[in-house]
Design a protein around this ligand. Structure first.
Ligand code: ADP
Ligand code: MG
Length: 385
């Protein structure tokens, strides 16, 4: 992978792909988490110091190749400007004469954000004509959008074939940190996997299992494995059709909950019970790992030298079922282990508890991080060779 040091950007017009697919408030449209914008600051500062003109491409939401007034970057450009600490110009188009004119009037060090790139069907199709139109906007291409690197789209992969290119500083850091944890982790190595669906994480579990000393499972995805062990799980979230498929994962390395927190409804202010595995009633929902499980997991994490974590241990969004995730987060933060985590909800659970500063590396990639840890080649990374 080529890095910024390999690329001459001095005085050049740099076509920069960033991941500004940020969470926003449904009612006000305000950006609710600016981390993805913040993380691109080092690359933008570097390029500005080199006197480059910066033309940013990004996507927002799923407009499916059509203009969608609610997904225009008009809404977030002032936030981008505030977080980056530099004026950011905005162009209502991403290719063609209007975009070209906006690029041509840039002075060295100035920053322009092009319109939502997914308004154009050529983006997701990686259409050669669209790729050419994008490439016409810059002298060189820099990709800092690790969060979109698992997509082979025009702006994340296609354009690299037409322009001198390099990874941005965030992209480089993501790839280096995740490579390090996969190829040369200090043992004992612990993986913690939780969250909603085992179907979205089964490849991750299979790829990580041989590399770790222990894997601790929680969240709804553990229910499918509990079912595979013939435990009763009541009305809990589960993927029954996978119960047979996952049976071969069961081993001493794989730790499952020994007790759970259950309730009759998935909401706050309903009575909850801590029960052993044999005591889940037919109308119970399993909503968190129990205190005995949390203790076992904490002890395991305490001894770890490397921790990889994706997925909460329970429905942490509801206070009553947040304890398991909180205990695990605290244990990881205080373990002194080299810790890497990612995933939308996992990151949100950790920052909700103010623990993000005690984590060695927090990935900005949800799906992209999962695919990287599954051992897959990411098209956006491969294109930067
Ligand atoms: P991440 O975004 O960190 O990769 P996921 O998207 O896989 O995580 O899963 C997060 C979601 O899983 C959370 O919204 C949480 O409420 C839900 N969840 C965790 N445990 C359970 C459970 N026992 N029952 C239902 N939902 C759960
Ligand atoms: Mg998620």
């Amino acid at each position: 992978m080529k890095t910024l040091r390999d690329l001459n950007v001095r005085g050049q017009t740099v076509l920069l792909r960033v991941d500004y697919n940020v969470p926003t408030d449904k009612i006000t449209g305000a950006v609710t988490d600016t981390a993805r914008i913040q993380e691109t600051k080092p690359t933008i500062t570097y390029l500005r110091d080199q006197g480059a003109k910066i033309v940013m491409m990004a996507h927002f939401g799923r407009p499916k190749g059509k203009v969608n007034e609610t997904m225009r970057f008009k809404m977030i450009v002032s936030t981008v400007s505030k977080v980056l600490g530099v004026p950011v110009q905005y162009c209502q188009e991403a290719v063609g004469p209007v975009a070209l004119a906006a690029v041509q009037q840039l002075a060295p060090g100035e920053v322009l954000l092009l319109e939502n790139i997914r308004f154009y069907p050529g983006e997701e199709a990686n259409d050669p004509v669209f790729v050419q139109q994008l490439a016409a906007l810059g002298d060189v291409y820099v990709n800092d959008a690790f969060g979109a690197a698992h997509r082979a789209h025009a702006s994340t992969a296609g354009v690299a074939a037409l322009l001198p290119h390099a990874a941005g500083l965030l992209m480089q850091r993501e790839v280096e940190e995740l490579t390090k944890v996969m190829t040369q982790p200090t043992s004992p190595v612990i993986a913690i996997i939780g969250g909603a669906k085992i179907s979205t994480k089964i490849d991750l579990i299979r790829n990580l299992l041989p590399k770790v000393d222990f894997m601790l499972l929680g969240g709804a995805l553990a229910n499918t494995l509990l079912l595979a062990q013939n435990h009763k799980i009541g009305k809990s979230m589960v993927e029954i059709e996978l119960a047979d498929t996952v049976k071969d994962l069961l081993s001493n390395k794989l730790k499952l909950p020994v007790d759970v927190v259950v309730a009759k409804a998935v909401e706050d202010n309903v009575p909850k019970r801590v029960v052993g595995l044999g005591q889940v009633e037919p109308d119970d929902y399993i909503l968190d790992i129990g205190p005995d499980t949390a203790k076992i997991y904490e002890d395991c994490i305490k001894r770890a030298k490397t921790v990889v974590w994706n997925g909460p241990m329970g429905v942490f969004e509801i206070e009553a079922f947040a304890m398991g995730t909180y205990h695990v987060a605290k244990a990881v933060a205080n373990s002194g282990a080299y810790s890497v985590l990612g995933g939308g909800e996992t990151v949100s659970a950790v920052s909700k508890n103010g623990l993000e500063d005690k984590i060695s590396f927090i990935s900005t990639g949800g799906g992209a991080m999962l695919e990287f840890l599954e051992g897959k080649t990411l098209p956006g990374v491969a294109a930067l060779d």
